[in-house]
Write a protein that binds this ligand. Structure first.
Ligand code: T5A
Length: 219
């Protein structure tokens, strides 16, 4: 059996990742591909527990490096229990955030040295790198405004399901640094990454996503 494909979605807060991963999974299912739709932090039982801790803000005292280690502990479990087994059985894995989020949030915006994050990535992710990463690009203030307009928290957005989680509540400067961080990743790895304009309506972004998947991975 051919190994599956691994697609990750990245971008700042409210860029529309959760919306687009669902649309892509449906489209791939309709074209006959079995998919695993998953997310980070989380995606496995233990990783979801770490997610709660991280998004509650209680992990803040560890600092950005400590948070990165927690994201990687969750990622290790997620890779071992869900992502690699799915890829081995030929599934297309679509993941809402992955290691580029650690590079952008804890690295570019949080100040952890890129070399330290690269080392963690080598140890934990290893060969299981995404075949394609879609970066949804949106000005920071637009993404935050979208979240402010959302009438209830996304499932698991924080411990209560209401209000901004720890990362959403950081200042605009942090979110602008994030955006620059993601754009830099795309510039450094154009063979893996595609940047899409997330300001467009949902259906137009979905078309761009499909075009990127179709042209790069020929589903
Ligand atoms: N994190 C994560 C790290 O710091 N390091 C890491 O290594 C990892 C993996 C995760 C948090 O953890 C951080 C990053 C995050 O802060 P989360 O709840 O999973 O927390 O947060 P996000 O992934 O940012 O999810 P959000 O829900 O905040 O944003 P999405 O998924 O990008 O956006 P979505 O699809 O939920 O849409 C947001 C709102 O906008 C509307 C939607 O209907 C919704 O109301 N919308 C649009 N409106 C207009 N036009 C469009 N094109 C729209 N698309 C969606």
């Amino acid at each position: 059996m051919a190994a599956g494909k691994f697609i990750t979605f990245e971008g700042g807060e409210g860029a529309g990742k959760s919306t687009q991963v669902k649309i892509l999974a449906e489209r791939l299912n309709e074209s006959g591909h079995e998919t695993l739709l998953t997310r980070e932090p989380g995606g496995s039982l233990k990783a979801e527990e770490i997610r709660e801790f991280l998004l509650s803000g209680d992990a803040r005292e560890f600092g950005a490096l400590g948070e990165a280690l927690l994201f990687y502990a969750a990622r290790d479990d997620h890779l071992e229990r869900r992502i690699r087994p799915a890829l081995e059985t030929g599934k297309w894995v679509i993941c809402d955030r992955f290691s580029d989020s650690t590079r952008a949030y804890q690295g570019a915006a949080g100040g952890v040295k890129p070399a330290h994050l690269a080392l963690l990535e080598r140890i934990i992710v290893g060969e299981t790198r995404p075949d394609l990463t879609i970066i949804l690009d949106l000005p920071a203030e637009d993404g935050l405004a979208r979240l402010a307009g959302r009438d209830n928290g996304k499932e698991g957005a924080d411990n209560s399901g209401n209000g901004p989680d720890h990362f959403e509540s950081l200042g605009i400067g942090f979110h602008e640094a994030l955006r620059r961080g993601f754009l830099e990743i795309a510039r450094d790895e154009p063979e893996r990454c595609v940047i899409l304009d997330a300001k467009q309506p949902v259906s137009a972004v979905a078309e761009d996503v499909w075009e990127a998947v179709f042209s790069r991975l020929q589903p």
